[in-house]
Design a protein around this ligand. Structure first.
Ligand code: MAN
Length: 349
């Protein structure tokens, strides 16, 4: 694997001019990626916060297409320990920032400029933001699975575009709490497939699941795909970019976090005809937060990819570093599969 020498390729300040009023961009990260009209297009998660005030924090909340603010006093009733979330004693939670998804495009895959278009949270299911988009090209259109966050929960939303100018919302396709959903680029055995990550809390851990559909809207036959295990991916795992078809199966990049919330990336190889069976899995992460731009930032120690472009066996992996900037790495599919081991007893249920 090789890091792009221009890393980070997009930072918060690159997106600041798209901000209005008193909102400050604190991060541009976790982009979805696609090739469109000879250009590389990223759908960038742009997170904004109100300027900090002494003694309180103002939470941005999307409402009726605009942004309202909710004042939360730092008087001991809320926990401000996680930079991403504010938690109240009665279980209420707020995000410290509001994310929208903005289009950036590039001729060379490295130098990007924002177009001004994108998915802007309108309120409702997206009141706390739209996050972590994955783009999959299916039957002539680009489908975007993203996380819609609100006080109603963390949901999987679906949108469609054919030009990256206008976006059609197709609604919530999986109820809360669920995230890290991504569609396969083609039907397999006559059905569409989607990876997703229910945030199970009572008995299970947050692990990867797979579902199937006839129409991309109604999903069923949910099956657990892959679990957490000891080590770097012990706390939670979730799918990254759209699986890539290789001669040996579906190469699926995923993120894994440990108990210290350190986010690394590994991969799975799913059976070509039965994608609910994991054939191989990375032993070690193929990418860990080691560079300064990955270890330091809004949420240091995180590499997190939602977007990858494959040309033959060459991969361009776009990823969020420390939840505030975008980086690029180059890898060959063989390089990633070389670090994988067979998964014994893959379930065929
Ligand atoms: C969450 C994800 C991402 C984020 C990581 C690291 O699990 O949803 O939004 O990049 O945590 O903070």
């Amino acid at each position: 694997m090789e890091y792009c020498s221009s890393n980070p390729i997009i930072t918060a300040s690159d997106a600041q001019r798209l901000s209005a009023g008193k909102l400050k961009v604190i991060g541009a990260f976790n982009p979805g990626a696609a090739q469109f009209n000879g250009k590389t297009v990223l759908l960038v998660r742009v997170a904004e916060q109100f300027e900090p005030e002494t003694g309180c924090m103002e939470i941005p909340i999307a409402k009726d297409g605009g942004v309202t603010r909710l004042k939360i006093a730092k008087d001991g009733r809320y926990d401000f320990g996680d930079p991403r979330v504010i938690a109240g004693r009665k279980g209420e939670k707020y995000l410290t920032s509001l994310s929208k998804l903005l289009v950036a495009q590039s001729d060379d895959g490295v130098n990007f400029s924002f177009t001004g278009n994108g998915i802007i949270p309108q309120g409702g299911y997206e009141a706390f933001g739209a996050e972590d988009p994955r783009i999959t090209f299916i039957d002539g259109a680009y489908y975007i699975t993203y996380t819609a966050v609100s006080a109603m929960g963390v949901c999987v939303a679906l949108a469609r575009t054919s030009d990256f100018v206008s976006f059609e919302r197709l609604g919530i396709v999986l109820p809360p709490d669920n995230k890290d959903a991504v569609l396969f680029p083609e039907k397999i055995g006559g059905k569409y497939y989607m990876l997703h990550r229910p945030s199970a809390s009572e008995f299970a851990r947050p692990e990867m699941w797979i579902a199937e559909s006839e129409d991309l809207i109604r999903w069923g036959n949910h099956r657990r795909l892959c679990g957490v295990r000891d080590g770097w991916d012990c706390a939670r795992i979730g799918a990254g970019p759209a699986p890539v078809k290789t001669k040996d199966g579906w190469l699926t990049v995923y993120h894994g976090a440990d108990e210290d919330n350190r986010y690394c990336m590994g991969a799975l190889l799913l059976d070509p005809q039965k994608p609910w069976i994991v054939r191989k899995r990375s032993e070690k992460p193929f990418m860990e937060p080691v560079n300064g731009y990955e270890t330091d930032g809004f949420f240091g120690g995180a590499v997190f990819s939602c977007g990858m472009i494959a040309s033959g066996d060459k991969l361009r992996i776009y990823y969020g570093a420390a939840d505030d900037k975008i980086c690029l790495a180059y890898a060959d599919t063989d390089e990633i599969t070389a670090g994988m081991s067979d998964v014994a007893g893959g379930t065929d249920n």
